[in-house]
Design a binder for this molecule. Structure first.
Ligand code: G3H
Ligand code: 13P
Ligand code: ZN
Length: 290
């Protein structure tokens, strides 16, 4: 990937749209994302959690991302989502990822600050084109992208404090910040938490021009609320669970019909996933921005 990933977000800021980060577990899912992006001429941003990159292979993910960048001519960002250790940051950088999300949000504040600062330094030493995301505040849920039967509690103390966020961004030098504004990872079947738009406005006001604001856990959030968050300054939206749900339920349906040929049970899942990705690109307004 031959791209200054920071410039892609600068363009999004100027145009007041967001780029969806689509999490993928497999090459099949990457293809579904690419088809959506090609159709809508949107920049591509893949995300892989530690579990996803462990399964797919970091180097394989990079090879595929490079391949699709060349094949489509679209900008491709490959983000190491929720990286929890500096050892893993090094592995992602060695493999060739062009975007790193270091997530120290569950650590004590000072530790998060120190480790994120080190992660930024490691990335800058490799290339100024690599963008780095930090995270401050606790996002609801268990950290996994799954469907919950129960309601997920979001405590006030989870929410990102704007003043602390400013100090965090200025001290660490991150390019992007994942914020907690009532969002959760995964989907609750009972009730999705409401986003705190007032807090988002305050974060935007405080961090304007200093970093890109990221909304994790976009699955299950009503489209109108996602659009509102983009109006209020969110420039990256992370989506995983909705893609997992549509992909796996389409496969399940075919398997239950007795289908055993992988290209026959995976292809419909890719088509359905592609549609969801297209919807997310349209909601974010990244269509036509490649
Ligand atoms: O943001 C959370 C990630 O999408 C979680 O992925 O369920 O593979 O740990 P995971
Ligand atoms: P969801 O699984 O809730 O869409 O969250 C994805 C995410 O935040 C990836 O970092
Ligand atoms: Zn996330």
């Amino acid at each position: 990937m031959n791209l200054n990933t920071k410039k892609i977000f600068q363009k999004a800021e100027n145009g007041r749209y967001a780029i969806p980060q689509l999490n993928v577990s497999s090459a099949d899912q990457m293809k579904a994302v690419v088809k959506a992006a090609e159709k809508l001429r949107s920049p591509i941003m893949f995300g892989t959690s530690e579990g996803e990159s462990g399964f797919l292979g970091m180097e394989q993910a990079v090879v595929l991302a490079n391949f699709y960048e060349k094949k489509t001519g679209l900008p491709v960002i490959l983000n190491a989502d929720h990286t929890k250790s500096l050892e893993k940051v090094k592995q992602y950088l060695d493999a060739g990822y062009n975007s790193i999300h270091f997530d120290g949000s569950l650590l004590p504040y000072e530790e998060n600050l120190e480790l994120t600062k080190k992660a930024v330094k490691m990335c800058r030493e490799v290339s100024e084109d690599i963008s780095v995301e930090g995270e401050l505040g606790q996002i609801g849920g268990t950290g996994s992208s799954k469907v919950f039967e129960e309601k997920i509690e979001i405590k006030d103390e989870y929410l990102t404090d704007p003043k602390q966020a400013l100090e965090f961004v200025e001290t660490t030098g991150v390019d992007r910040l994942g914020v907690s504004i009532g969002n959760m990872h995964g989907i609750s079947k009972v009730a999705m938490p409401k986003l705190d738009m007032q807090r988002l406005s305050e974060l935007q006001e405080t961090l304007k021009g200093k970093c890109v604001l990221v909304l994790h856990g976009a699955s299950g959030i009503p489209d109108e609320d996602v659009k509102k968050s983009v109006e209020l300054g969110i420039r990256k939206i992370n989506v995983n669970t909705e893609l997992r749900v549509v992909f796996s339920s389409a496969i399940k349906e075919k398997l239950e019909e007795g289908e055993i040929t992988p290209y026959k049970f995976i292809a419909p899942a890719q088509e359905k996933m592609q549609k969801v990705v297209e919807e997310k690109m349209l909601i974010c307004g990244s269509n036509g921005k490649a």
